[in-house]
Design a protein around this ligand. Structure first.
Ligand SMILES: Nc1ncnc2c1ncn2[C@@H]1O[C@H](COP(=O)(O)OP(=O)(O)OP(=O)(O)O)[C@@H](O)[C@H]1O
Ligand SMILES: [Mg+2]
Length: 358
């Protein structure tokens, strides 16, 4: 039974157990944090007073309890405690070996609150990037002078001393490359939104990865060929996929597998800051079997200049996040050692844009 208690406590899905009088007799930590209420203020309370489900459920629920069957309620707003309602799927299931107790599991359908930190629009971050861009520009000129001087100097030197000037030249080039990435980051042209076939772009990214930085990786495609086009800037989307494939390839040093998985999930929506909801049914997952995100930076990988690699600038994912979020999409990540999954959720191109396409 100790195992049972651990299982209950570890379930990532908010779950409650309710007895024959609709009283909550148990709640797991996921339910506490979802409802923003402690176990103490949940247990012993009437379920329907603590959990607000925006659907006429009491009748169907009574029948499910009597018949010991499960009841699924999809796409309903669920609120509780202080928290605003969130779109969820709710499942009621009878507890085995008992003729009254029911288990309730609440699965949030919106990902906005979980990964809101990647919503890349902070003023501070923007001005930090403006500053970095200016610095990048200012450093490049003197650096070119230093490189040139080192090259001139090397002409009259012994081979041993030339090693030192070579070092100056090589390191300066590395800084220039880094600065160019910083400049590129700030220099984003506005996206040209068009209907785009996701698989065409994924294929281009995969092909260029396979002959370059991802030559040591095995690529596995799991496409749903029936996916309709998305609305995006194809070049920017390519940049996004390349960045994700590059990170996955860099994480798997010797060899590894990258799965490219696409599918349709009609229930996925995000709530925008203005309160409206947007449907993002097209899902693209890039999954690698590498070591996973370094735990100390896992929460900040979408922030600029956060890198777990010796030579990383930490701009790749900041750029990815900016491009996706600015285009109305969403990106989230789920990583454990052996399995890192980046998921991009995109809108469907409106029908009227599909006609007249060349
Ligand atoms: N698939 C992955 N597996 C493991 N760690 C990852 C993965 N993707 C990203 N990371 C971690 O997140 C960090 C940030 O990635 P990001 O692409 O933003 O920067 P970078 O790769 O370090 O530098 P840049 O892309 O600018 O060259 C990486 O340094 C790495 O530690
Ligand atoms: Mg990167």
């Amino acid at each position: 039974m100790i195992f049972g208690a651990a299982l209950w406590a570890s379930l990532p899905v908010p779950s409650l157990m309710i007895d024959g009088d609709d009283t909550i007799i148990m709640s797991n930590p996921a339910a506490e944090s979802f409802l923003n209420l402690s176990a103490k203020s949940l247990e012993g309370q009437r379920f329907w007073d603590r959990v607000m489900i925006d659907a006429p459920l009491e009748g169907p629920f009574v029948r499910a309890r009597q018949n010991r069957t499960s009841l699924f309620v999809n796409d309903v707003d669920v609120g509780g405690g202080e928290r605003p309602p969130l779109l969820c799927n709710v499942q009621f299931a009878p507890l085995q070996g008992d003729n009254e107790t029911m288990i309730v599991m609440i699965s949030p359908r919106e990902i906005a609150s979980r990964v809101s930190h990647n919503n890349y629009s902070g003023k501070a971050a923007k001005s930090a990037i403006g500053m970095a861009e200016m610095l990048a520009h200012e450093i490049k000129n003197p650096l070119a002078g230093i490189t040139g001087a080192a090259q001139l100097l090397s002409m009259g030197l012994t081979p041993e001393d030339q090693e030192l000037t070579d070092l100056i030249v090589a390191e300066s080039r590395r800084i220039v490359k880094l600065l160019e990435q910083v400049e590129q980051f700030g220099n984003l042209r506005p996206p040209k939104l068009m209907p785009v076939n996701i698989h065409d772009v994924l294929d281009r990214a995969r092909q260029s990865a396979a002959v370059g930085f991802g030559a040591h990786m095995l690529f596995v495609e799991e496409y749903d060929p029936s996916l309709p086009p998305t609305l995006a800037d194809a070049d920017q989307l390519l940049q996004v996929f390349l960045n994700l494939l590059k990170n996955a390839s860099e994480a798997c040093k010797e060899a590894g597998t990258i799965r490219l998985h696409t599918f349709y999930d009609a229930a996925l929506r995000v709530r925008r800051t203005d309160g409206t909801q947007a449907r993002l049914p097209l899902q693209i997952e890039i999954i690698d079997d590498g070591p996973g995100l370094p735990p100390d930076i896992a929460d900040d990988i979408f922030e600029p200049f956060v890198s777990g690699r010796e030579n990383g600038t930490g701009l790749g994912l900041a750029l990815v996040s900016k491009l996706i979020v600015d285009g109305g999409g969403w990106i989230s990540v789920d990583s454990v050692p052996g399995r890192t999954l980046f998921r991009i959720s995109l809108p469907i191109a409106p029908k009227e844009m599909l006609t007249g396409e060349d």
